[in-house]
Design a protein around this ligand. Structure first.
Ligand SMILES: NC(=O)c1ccc[n+]([C@@H]2O[C@H](COP(=O)([O-])OP(=O)(O)OC[C@H]3O[C@@H](n4cnc5c(N)ncnc54)[C@H](O)[C@@H]3O)[C@@H](O)[C@H]2O)c1
Ligand SMILES: O=C(O)[C@H](O)COP(=O)(O)O
Length: 591
């Protein structure tokens, strides 16, 4: 009987033609399935097996498809436009959408210029005429670009590149883009106009370079076309749907617009008998099948760009161009990565420690809280964004108590998921000098006591009272505190509640609070030995220096014992441990 072999490698689905240059980066570490020509139903039936989906503009990544994607972590668009991806639905699922915002700009700009010159010089018409054995020199007289006005709608990456090339042709450049960068426009010799109408009336060539969004959908209709010069020519290498195709065919027929160069259509491929297909067939139109980005160079660029990001995401790192998350600078990312690990460990330690500890009375105590202050001190306080740290904390807090099947907690959805669970996290930065410390940055997680913040007192000040000394686990009206730092790229916990002591938050840890008296270490060691649990390291954390004063007077000082063990410790063993005189409570956490 054949034994089925199950691949352990994460699977990546590529249902469109994507350049092999980027795909080469995926070989080896991932199972890459290139499956072209899938119907929407076929795609839906297999998407559940995949961690990553790489598409161009043809695949419709709908909410329905994303609902069926159980393991999907990333949708990568090998190109710029994500209008074929339901980004909102992806965000809800915690799926990161990445694209390649600059890999095909030049290709799209050059294609625009190619269409402009083809329309100006009747290249399409002339080419088919001569191929049909004709020699029509007088019918095919064109116009020059030099000295003409080019009206640009949308002066972003492609629009500006078109402007720079057209400037070299000696064209007069005007643009409408309410959000354009004025300095970049001036540097490209573009005059920005305050309204679309000003562009329409002056343009000899009109070119569109905006995204297809509510404000641009149908922005050039019959009314707008009627305000243009009858000699004007229109170019669209951006998106179908911004020009009313029926109105344009009518204007070309009526001779109120001289010609058009069109690469993109309302529906792609256009249906026969549609306005788009009438536009394509029109003798005054040069049409291409969405070829703006189809150059060898652009396809290499976008493929490498998104495949690198897929590798990052599937390796637990951050992408460079996430559409539904803030962009992180690579150098910032390098600083953040060890802290991302620290924050996740702190969150997980918090949830496990406060959800599972057993007290001396034998009762399981659950003191998990939902309102937190997280303070970043030192160099971390200067970060542009702490979103990845926030997400890591939420992930750490929630993962031990959530079924993570099908739910990725990441920078995209962390805030939403925390809110859904009623968790409030207030981020603070403190630029206090940490130069005298062995670390450059320091993080404090403080779970607020169930009292109103305005009455909140520091747990440190409160602990100086004799009554506080009786129970050194924070009481209901006291904050719970975990502090940590990174040294040599390794995360350390440096404080847990009132106890200071450095330990590495990794593996299974037994955390026991006890009176600081002789014999405790020997007792714990022999108990664990009998249970077959090996101790890998041990750390005794005394009371935090700020608070031990006065405590010893009452019941003898306390300490926290942190033992790294080689396997989970059973509840029966923990119960025996806390039955020992002087062991007050214990918890087992796996980090
Ligand atoms: N045909 C292709 O193969 C191809 C290739 C690349 C890009 N594109 C498309 O080209 C378009 C431009 O891409 P880009 O990379 O330059 O985008 P971009 O985001 O850099 O630029 C878009 C510009 O449009 C402006 N804008 C937004 N709303 C506007 C409005 N209502 N009126 C006027 N201006 C408005 C923005 O301010 C921005 O400057 C996109 O639609 C993209 O999908 C097509
Ligand atoms: O948005 C884009 O990047 C372009 O429209 C290119 O689309 P394509 O990858 O399907 O050629």
């Amino acid at each position: 009987m054949a034994i089925p072999v199950h691949s352990q490698k994460p699977k990546i689905l590529i249902p469109e033609k994507v350049s092999p240059d980027g795909l080469a980066l995926l070989q080896g570490q991932f199972e890459v399935d290139e499956k072209k020509g899938l119907s929407a139903d076929e795609l839906k039936s297999i998407i559940g097996d995949y961690e990553a989906l790489i598409v161009r503009s043809e695949t419709k990544v709908t909410a329905d498809l994303l609902n069926a994607a159980r393991k999907l972590k990333v949708v990568a668009r090998a190109g710029v436009g994500v209008d074929n991806v339901d980004v909102e639905s992806a965000t809800k699922h915690g799926i990161i959408v990445v694209n390649s915002p600059s890999g095909n700009i030049n290709a799209a700009a050059e294609h625009t210029i190619a269409l402009m010159m083809s329309v100006a010089r009747n290249i399409g018409d002339a080419s088919s005429s001569i191929k049909n054995g004709k020699w029509e020199r007088s019918r095919l007289v064109g116009v020059e670009a030099k000295g003409k006005t080019l009206g640009i709608i949308g002066l972003g990456k492609v629009g500006l590149t078109v402007a720079r090339i057209a400037n070299g042709f000696g064209m007069r450049l005007i643009a409408y883009d309410p959000y354009a960068n004025k300095n970049l426009a001036a540097a490209a010799s573009v005059t920005l106009k305050g309204s679309l109408a000003e562009i329409l009336k002056d343009a000899d060539f009109l070119t569109l370079h905006t995204p297809l969004i509510a404000s641009t959908k149908g922005m050039i209709g019959a009314t707008e076309l009627a305000t243009m010069k009858p000699t004007a020519r229109i170019l669209n290498v951006a998106r179908g749907g911004m020009i009313d195709e029926t109105a344009l065919v009518e204007a070309l027929d009526a001779g109120t617009i001289a010609g058009a160069g069109i690469d993109v259509f309302t529906s792609e491929p256009p249906q026969s008998d549609s306005s788009a297909s009438r536009l394509i067939a029109h003798p005054k139109v040069v049409a291409t099948p969405h070829l703006g980005a189809s150059t060898k160079e652009a396809q290499e660029n976008v493929s490498i760009d998104v495949c690198e990001q897929v590798v990052s995401i599937l390796s637990g790192e951050l992408p460079r161009s996430a559409v539904n998350a803030p962009i992180i600078l690579p150098e910032e990312f390098r600083t953040l990565q060890p802290f991302v690990t620290l924050l996740e460990k702190m969150g997980s330690l918090y949830t496990q420690h406060y959800s599972t500890h057993l007290t001396a009375s034998g009762a399981a105590s659950k003191s998990f809280r939902t309102t937190f202050d997280i303070t970043y001190e030192g160099a971390l306080a200067n970060l542009n964004t702490t979103k990845p740290l926030f997400a890591a904390l939420v992930k750490g807090l929630l993962t031990p108590i959530t079924s993570t099947d099908g739910l990725n907690i990441n920078i995209v959805n962390a805030e939403l998921l925390a809110k859904e669970r009623g968790i409030l996290i207030n981020e603070q930065r403190s630029r206090e000098n940490v130069e005298d410390k062995p670390y450059s940055s320091f993080v404090t997680l403080r779970a607020r006591a169930s009292r109103s913040p305005s009455h909140a007192r520091s747990d440190l000040s409160r602990s100086n009272s004799p009554s506080a000394a009786r129970s050194l686990r924070p009481q209901e009206d006291e904050d719970q505190v975990i502090q940590g730092f990174v040294s040599g790229n390794k995360p350390f916990i440096s404080r847990l509640d009132r106890f200071k002591g450095e330990f590495v938050p990794r593996g299974t840890l037994l955390i026991a609070r006890n009176y600081d008296s002789c014999g405790k270490i020997g007792f714990v060691g022999s108990l664990l030995g009998k249970a077959g649990v090996n101790i890998k390291f041990m750390n005794v954390a005394p009371l935090h220096e700020d608070i031990d004063e006065g405590v010893a007077d009452v019941e003898g000082s306390e300490a926290l014992m942190i033992l790294g063990v080689d396997r989970p410790v059973g509840e029966d063993v923990v119960k025996k441990l806390i039955s020992e005189e002087g062991v007050l409570e214990a918890s087992v956490v796996t980090l």
